[in-house]
Design a protein around this ligand. Structure first.
Ligand SMILES: NC(=O)c1ccc[n+]([C@@H]2O[C@H](COP(=O)([O-])OP(=O)(O)OC[C@H]3O[C@@H](n4cnc5c(N)ncnc54)[C@H](OP(=O)(O)O)[C@@H]3O)[C@@H](O)[C@H]2O)c1
Length: 119
């Protein structure tokens, strides 16, 4: 049986996330950006784990344009570098007592790669 459109999970269905801590990998762009913004809008402290502090800081600045009180931070992560992943985990453990939400979003889609080859 097909679910009705109005039964689908909506952003408005997200509960209050005050007191929760999240990591969104690749949260400075695309789907990760929007996920970060919505989690933060619900009160979560969100760490954007990504490669470039410059790109993450620019994304955080844009997100805070609508709400300067959003609790969003940069966490250095390069998923192509295994040592960096361990360092990221250690750095996070030093900052926070626990992780409540992990969004494994970062990645490169084959579609993007194919478009890159075509262009
Ligand atoms: N968009 C779609 O239609 C679609 C469809 C199916 C699946 N997906 C998947 O959904 C996810 C997000 O897609 P999107 O379209 O929102 O992608 P996007 O806009 O290209 O964003 C990808 C994010 O991942 C980060 N990233 C890439 N490689 C990384 C690495 N080695 N270490 C750390 N961070 C890295 C990027 O950081 P930088 O800014 O440093 O590059 C960027 O923040 C991807 O995993 C993609 O494969 C997307």
């Amino acid at each position: 049986m097909t679910r009705q459109k109005e039964e689908e999970f909506q952003v408005a269905d997200m509960p209050n996330l005050s007191g929760y801590t999240a990591i969104v990998t690749g949260g400075n762009s695309g789907i990760g950006y929007e996920t970060t913004l919505q989690l933060a809008n619900r009160g979560a402290r969100v760490y954007i784990a990504s490669r470039s502090k410059t790109r993450v800081d620019a994304a955080i600045k844009a997100m805070k344009t609508g709400n300067s009180g959003l609790d969003i931070h940069f966490l250095k992560l390069d998923l192509q570098d295994l040592q960096s992943i361990k360092t990221t985990a250690e750095e996070f453990s030093q900052k926070e007592p626990r992780l409540d939400i992990l969004i494994n979003n970062a990645g490169v889609s084959l579609f993007s790669l194919n478009m890159g080859n075509i262009c």
